[in-house]
Design a protein around this ligand. Structure first.
Ligand SMILES: Nc1ncnc2c1ncn2[C@@H]1O[C@H](COP(=O)(O)OP(=O)(O)OP(=O)(O)O)[C@@H](O)[C@H]1O
Ligand SMILES: [Mg+2]
Length: 183
């Protein structure tokens, strides 16, 4: 057998690289041990992508403020949080609305498959529409939230609610002169 002819190869002269001193010779190997982060209990919103971003959901037992311009989806997000809580996680919810009528809310979310009337009937949801007469408040000069808290507490107790939405906090104060002029 003859060896196949090969084209002569020319290899550039290789320079010997200075060998790096092994780290193990310099210092003993230290394996960093990750410190476990303390876990904050979370309540899943039921909105898959959002729960991934939030590392499990919204912090349980704490208020979360949702901010954004008109029409950006605050009400829909809050409604989904309550509806998914009731349907997926057995956590009844109270949705207290200061701006929208119950019928508007129900109609809006019916088209995305949420049946609010059914949840209300099964005592999984309380939809409480609160009308605040700012003119009355300005005339009487008195404004405190005690009555509202009693009403909210009653709604929570009536179904053992675990999730509560106030839509929106801003409307409680927006028409009051002090809200615009803190001085
Ligand atoms: N079922 C639906 N199907 C499609 N679009 C909808 C539905 N319900 C609401 N929208 C639209 O989704 C957007 C978000 O509405 P949403 O009421 O949640 O906004 P928002 O941030 O609460 O607004 P605002 O500040 O005025 O209260 C709006 O443009 C609304 O018209
Ligand atoms: Mg809204």
């Amino acid at each position: 057998m003859t060896k196949p002819n090969r084209a002569p190869t020319t290899r550039p002269a290789q320079q010997k690289k200075p060998r790096a001193k092994s780290a193990s010779r310099l210092a003993p190997a230290v394996t960093p041990t990750p410190t476990p982060k303390p876990k904050l209990p979370k309540s899943p919103t039921g909105i898959q992508g959002l729960d991934e971003i939030l590392d499990g959901g919204l912090p349980t037992g704490r208020p979360t403020l949702i901010c954004g311009g008109p029409g950006c989806g605050k009400t829909l997000l809050a409604m989904e949080f309550v509806v998914r809580g009731a349907t997926l996680y057995d956590e009844p919810g109270v949705f207290m609305a200061f701006e929208e009528a119950a019928r508007d809310l129900s109609q809006n979310v019916a088209s995305i498959g949420f049946d609010l009337d059914e949840l209300i009937r099964r005592k999984k949801l309380v939809l409480d529409i609160v009308r605040i007469d700012h003119q009355d408040i300005e005339e009487s000069g008195a404004f405190d939230l005690e009555g509202l808290f009693i009403r909210l507490g009653h709604a929570i107790d009536s179904i053992g609610a675990k999730r509560v939405v106030l839509d929106t906090i801003e409307s409680l104060f927006s028409d009051l002169p002090k809200f615009h002029d803190p001085a």
